[in-house]
Design a protein around this ligand. Structure first.
Ligand code: HEM
Ligand SMILES: *[C@@H]1O[C@H](CO)[C@@H](O)[C@H](O)[C@H]1NC(C)=O
Ligand SMILES: *[C@@H]1O[C@H](CO)[C@@H](O)[C@H](O)[C@H]1NC(C)=O
Length: 471
């Protein structure tokens, strides 16, 4: 009887020591592992840093912060807590290696405008399947066949400018990239459909960045109505295609042909949303890049001469354009190609992108809480002297050496990277080929930049174009 309490005490002591160690170890572990939020100022919620972002040149906004806090910092944008990432490693983490921990995120009003089933709003299976399909319709094999079509669009676009009138270069380039988008999506499309799509799409385009309110008469409301009409027009095109029962190799053909493992096909709305989505992703990006290329070449006459030289040789070997460009020729324009790469770096048209953490994520000892946005800052990386020597100078020759992985991402990286990048580069090469061979141009604008939301030279780079034959 006497021994019982002692034994009890021993057992108790033993267990409690064990428990103590267990708890303290766990706490310790927890302590070590509880990551902290990244540095930075959050500003006032909602207004936060948004005002600063929009009142300052976004370049200065981000690089001021980067100087103060380093490559990872927190802030508020449009009411959302947000972690900004300005290093190649962090971008790789979010976009490539741990892409499954982050999902794409867009304002609801934009999702509604383009169509909620468009692939870039999605993650997982649906995204994977659609992406494969879009990628195969924009593969090298597929875009090869588009060369004659793209060439004839380029020639007619340029012809319409050649009378010395002032042209808004960005608007002109938007017409070009829209037509190329239509070609890649539909192949041949009857004229009346093309016109209806063009007119209604331009109403959608005008409303896309306006304040989302359903008050009749506003640009946003008009855009919502135009989007409905676009759905109807696409429905007609889809039905006509289905009746014809011919298998086409363009994007619409691929979308109509789709079946998942369960044998399900895509609905008409899913197809329409993805067509509008691709048009949207393709138009302003490519047009903005081309506009910048014209400006950079105009500002750097020696480089323009080098491009002309390269393109003239090809033009002459094609009997002054009597023969069309071949695939091999478009793949052998090394200097013009570097001009395109350098323009994409300098202008960094997609300056950054957004994702949202789907769980609490730890990166480099920092916590990115579930629901927070993350923004890989492509432009800051492209303008960091650590990766690009004298980043502010336009120097295509720097691309004689390939940039390090994840330091050059004009088309993003990972599971959502741009499936249209080869088409974009091809259409730019073709347009530049004919531009420098047929026209000369004078730029009228000043050096200022507008954000629409892609960076574009002010007023779309007003310019006059003249036929070189008439010189
Ligand atoms: C110079 C022109 C272009 C640039 C700079 C550009 C840039 C980009 C970037 C950076 C992304 C990734 C965005 C992110 O990760 O959040 C992207 C995605 C996308 N781009 Fe492009 N793009 C261009 C032209 C095109 C063209 C011509 C097409 C189609 C014909 C296209 C179709 C798409 C699509 C469908 C996506 C979404 C992919 C996905 O979410 O899986 N883009 N683009
Ligand atoms: C838009 O689409 C409709 C068909 O739904 C068409 O009748 C109309 O001409 C198109 N253009 C404009 C500017 O609305
Ligand atoms: C994308 O990420 C992979 C893996 O880090 C890398 O090998 C590749 O070079 C990256 N692409 C670009 C364009 O930086």
């Amino acid at each position: 009887m006497d021994t019982f309490p002692t034994t009890f005490i021993y057992i108790f002591l033993f267990l409690s020591t064990l428990l103590y160690y267990y708890i303290s170890k766990k706490q310790n572990k927890k302590h070590k592992q509880t990551p902290k939020l990244p540095p930075g100022s959050m500003g006032w919620p909602y207004i936060g840093d948004t005002l600063q972002l929009y009142s300052k040149d976004p370049n200065t906004f981000f690089s001021d912060k980067q100087k103060r806090y380093g490559d990872i910092f927190k802030t508020h944008i449009l009411g959302c807590p947000c972690v900004m990432l300005a290093s190649p490693e962090a971008s790789k983490f979010v976009l490539v290696n741990s892409a499954n921990l982050f999902k794409p995120t867009y304002p609801k009003s934009k999702e509604k405008m383009i169509g909620p089933a468009a692939l870039f709003f999605h993650q997982g299976d649906y995204h994977y399947h659609l992406r494969k399909l879009v990628q195969s319709s924009l593969s090298l094999e597929a875009i090869k066949k588009l060369i004659p079509g793209v060439e004839s669009i380029a020639i007619s676009t340029l012809d319409s400018w050649a009378n010395g009138q002032i042209i808004n270069t960005f608007h002109g380039m938007k017409k070009f990239s829209f037509e190329v988008g239509i070609l890649a999506i539909f192949g041949h499309l009857e004229n009346h459909y093309r016109e209806e799509l063009k007119k209604n799409y331009s109403i959608l385009d005008k409303g896309y960045n306006s304040f989302p309110t359903n008050l009749p008469g506003t640009a946003y409301h008009k855009a919502v109505l135009a989007r409905k009409r676009l759905g109807l027009i696409l429905g007609q095109i889809i039905n006509e295609r289905k009746e014809k029962k011919v298998l086409e190799n363009d994007l619409l053909g691929h979308l109509l042909n789709f079946k998942n493992e369960k044998g399900q096909i895509l609905t008409e709305d899913q197809i329409a949303d993805n067509i509008i989505g691709v048009l949207f992703a393709a138009q302003d990006t490519t047009a903005s890049a081309l506009t910048w290329i014209l400006k950079y070449l105009h500002d750097n006459p020696k480089l323009l001469e080098a491009v002309k030289e390269e393109q003239k040789t090809i033009y002459l070997s094609n009997e002054k354009g009597k023969k069309g460009l071949t695939w091999a020729q478009t793949r052998n324009m090394p200097f013009t190609y570097k001009v395109i790469l350098e323009s994409l770096r300098m202008a960094s048209i997609v300056s950054f992108t957004f994702r949202e953490a789907v769980v609490d994520v730890e990166y480099n000892g920092y916590l990115i809480p579930k629901g927070w946005k993350v923004m890989p800052l492509f432009r800051n990386i492209h303008h960091n002297p650590e990766y690009f020597n004298e980043p502010q100078s336009f120097d295509p020759y720097r691309f004689e050496v390939a940039p390090k992985p994840n330091t050059y991402m004009p088309f993003g990286n990972g599971s959502h990277s741009c499936p249209g990048n080869e088409l974009a580069k091809l259409e730019m090469l073709i347009l530049i080929h004919h531009l420098v061979n047929k026209l000369r141009w004078e730029v009228l604008g000043s050096g200022e930049v507008e954000y629409s939301p892609f960076p574009v030279p002010k007023n779309g780079l007003p310019a006059r174009f003249y036929d070189r034959a008439g010189q």
